[in-house]
Design a protein around this ligand. Sequence first.
Ligand SMILES: *Cc1c(COP(=O)(O)O)cnc(C)c1O
Ligand code: SF4
Length: 339
Amino acid sequence: MKKTPIIPNIAPIWQSQSWQNLLANAYDNSDDLLAALQLHKSDVDTSLQAAADFPLRVPASYVAKMRVGDPNDPLLRQVLPLGAELDAVTGYSADPLEESARNPLPGIVHKYHGRVLLITSGACTINCRYCFRRHFPYQDNNPSLSEWQQSLAYIAARPDVEEVILSGGDPLAASDKYLARLVAQIAAISHVKRLRIHSRLPVVIPQRITPDTLAWMDTDRFDIAFVVHANHANELDQHSADAFRALQQHGVTLLNQGVLLAGINDDTDTLVQLSKALFSQGVLPYYMHALDKVAGAAHFDVPRARAQQLASELLAALPGYLVPKLVFTEPGAPHKMPL
Ligand SMILES: *Cc1c(COP(=O)(O)O)cnc(C)c1O
Ligand code: SF4
């Protein structure tokens, strides 16, 4: 793909706080978070034990998009540890995707034809309560570049692998220096035609998209698809728009995947607003995932019949290109399954 030239000086005012700083000072307990939102503990069923199982973590750049004084804020509900997480519910397990059985090598998940997923960084910059990785023993340390040699050899030996997906955790939790070197090594494998990045960071800390990030993405070697993760229109603001625009100006195709979550986006109007807000920021809706049945997340489940009803209401309410595909992940299936 022909790339547009680098736009100099894309660093707007919001870059004045570095992403590393926002990350280091992320909220890590509900007392501070609730105080910032002028909420009292009695307003919400927050739970220290749930936080002990999977810590609260949310940077101020994301908290800034929450409504002050609203215990049901759809962004707050994505990150606040709740007592409901402690309920044991049949059918919910620690590894619902059986991914641990699908790792041919540490750091690689190869389930689908033509594309390989690299767990580039086990770390995340936000802890989403519904995350299917909440029970994974991901450490916050990233594999060293020398540890990647085996994974790269795995890809190099398979000419049918046309696409490498940097995933995690969140791949952009790693430094640009590290990512630039990893991407250069992937670029040396000639049958890899597309690079995909799965990251929530342009939404959580838009400041993460720095001139250094754009520099390693600015390559004629691959077509790059960047799949962001937003579940609600309130997650998109001027800062995310700036980050998306910078990516687009570097020839990156932007898509969104979200998760259908009870109490957060399980109504037609909210999903319509999300699709419209994404498009107005240059992002096309890609997938809306049914919840993976991970222990601790049962209270987010949207029953299948309701999800199917939402899917048909979306088709009736939006142009086709703004309707995300509603899918679920079935262990062992060769692709994501339509609902
Ligand atoms: C979701 C997923 C992909 C990407 O699937 P697409 O349908 O191409 O978006 C690739 N590998 C794994 C292991 C996945 O879970
Ligand atoms: S950003 Fe993605 S991988 Fe990280 S906790 Fe949230 S849902 Fe999970």
